[in-house]
Design a protein around this ligand. Sequence first.
Ligand code: FE
Length: 204
Amino acid sequence: MREIDHPRAVRTRRRLIGAGLALPFIAWRGASAQSLRPTPACREAVGPARETPSQTAGPYYTPNSPQRASLVDPGEPGLRLTLLGRVLTTACRPVPKALLDVWHCDAAGNYDNAGFRHRGHLFADASGGYRLETIVPGLYPGRTRHIHIRVQAPGGRPLTTQLYFPREAANADDGLWQRDLEIALRPGAGTQAQAGQFDFVLEA
Ligand code: FE
């Protein structure tokens, strides 16, 4: 994904356009961009990024979730989702040990408000990277498909937001949905599992 926006790619494109080969390049770029559209994250080549938009936590946040990188137990229903990315500052620097506190409903659209099913927190690594295993949440009335998350740099203020899924029919009818908060789903997603990426940007 990142290579697409690299200056070298731009130079290559200019060369190709100059050589009359723009069409194949555009076709290639279109395919990649569609399947793995960059989130509004940092691109060192173009300067500082803006902070990830914040959104309401909604009524179902439970504090003190367990620390774990997997929010799904073996045998639990739901399409498996691997979500990975980085936590960066607006200056595109990694935020090591950033806290990511995640909660979402189950495959049937229900939140566990008594326990911690599909709830948990983890910490980014030294490069600001994180990897979360969970399921694609179900739908519940009035909302499109989404994941709630709170991201916080050590000693920083928390950013609460929600992540969305591309090409969901209910996105257009959900007043909270923002394209900038869509997960970039990787191509080749099957019926067994999906994988996606989202980079968070925090005001330094
Ligand atoms: Fe919700």
